[in-house]
Design a protein around this ligand. Structure first.
Ligand SMILES: [Zn+2]
Length: 54
């Protein structure tokens, strides 16, 4: 497993989760405000990019 960090677009909290190698997309929920996000790999391996799910 590898770790992924993503920043909530709603409250700016940094969230951390674990993903299987090769994962290209995941759905996660902010630990603070519970808003759902689609999270995809970013330019660097650990820092992923999050988009809020409407
Ligand atoms: Zn949040």
């Amino acid at each position: 497993m590898t770790s992924a960090e993503w920043i909530c677009t709603n409250c700016k909290t940094t969230n951390r989760t674990f993903v299987k190698p090769g994962t290209t997309r995941l759905r996660d929920r902010c630990i603070t405000c519970h808003k759902r996000h689609d999270v995809v790999p970013g330019e660097r391996p650990i820092r992923w990019a999050a988009t809020a799910v409407k």
